[in-house]
Design a protein around this ligand. Structure first.
Ligand SMILES: Cc1cc2nc3c(=O)[nH]c(=O)nc-3n(C[C@H](O)[C@H](O)[C@H](O)COP(=O)(O)O)c2cc1C
Length: 205
């Protein structure tokens, strides 16, 4: 059982999000002795920019055309990232709220890894998934409280929409919009209010 642990906080030992995610992973490994974890921290992965070379590689890769050295290097990294998704039996995703959205480095990973005919299909009309991952667990974390009695209650609606907005931005292979997508269990926690909702961590199979 291989868990792909995608972490998008750069804050290491200071990160509440990473602490919560690691608590989940520890509990998971205690229940599933055969579980191994592949951690992909988007800040430590030396992700290439999605620039002219990357876009050239993407189109040449799809069309199986020869690439120059720079394009080959980006395409090799893209394939390496896609394989990590393809091999995962489960995906764990840690998402910090940054300005009511998710960090740009996570989008960079998505733009690199989510390639047609690697993670999803597109026949000109419909998108379809290629990942076999049946379940994913997403931990969302934010620093603020937006309760009615807080100084910023007006943002509560945006907070509640945060997971939905994140999943809408994800490509079809990862989003929950198009069945048969992975079942996504989410946990939304705030450092300030210590709120938690979702299901108890240990019950995630
Ligand atoms: C650049 C940046 C933007 C942030 N924006 C928000 C925000 O819009 N709302 C919020 O509640 N917290 C915000 N925070 C706080 C983080 O959501 C908080 O630190 C949370 O615990 C994220 O994970 P971490 O524990 O890895 O930092 C922001 C933090 C950073 C560094």
């Amino acid at each position: 059982m291989l868990l792909l642990n995608i972490q998008s906080s750069p804050r290491g030992a200071k990160s509440a999000l990473i602490a919560v995610t690691n608590a989940f992973l520890d509990a998971y490994q205690a229940l599933h002795s055969n579980a191994t974890i592949d951690t992909l921290n988007v800040w430590e992965e030396n992700l290439p920019d999605f620039d002219q070379e990357a876009i050239g590689a993407k189109y040449k890769g799809v069309n199986k055309e020869p690439m120059d050295e720079a394009e080959t290097a980006v395409w090799d990294k893209i394939q390496e990232l896609a394989v990590r998704f393809e091999q995962a039996d489960r995906i764990v995703l840690g998402v910090p709220m940054w300005n009511f959205a998710y960090p740009y480095k996570l989008k960079q990973l998505i733009d690199l890894a989510c390639q047609r005919n690697m993670l999803f299909t597109y026949d000109g009309t419909e998108y379809g998934p290629l990942l076999k991952t049946p379940r994913a667990f997403v931990v969302y974390a934010r620093g603020g409280t937006y309760a009615e009695d807080s100084p910023t209650p007006g943002y509560k609606a945006r907070i509640l929409k945060f997971p939905e907005r994140c999943s809408e931005s994800l490509p079809p292979s990862l989003s929950m919009q198009n069945p048969p997508m992975p079942e996504i269990v989410s946990m939304h926690c705030s450092r300030v209010s210590k709120e938690q909702d979702g299901v108890p961590v240990a019950s995630i199979p």
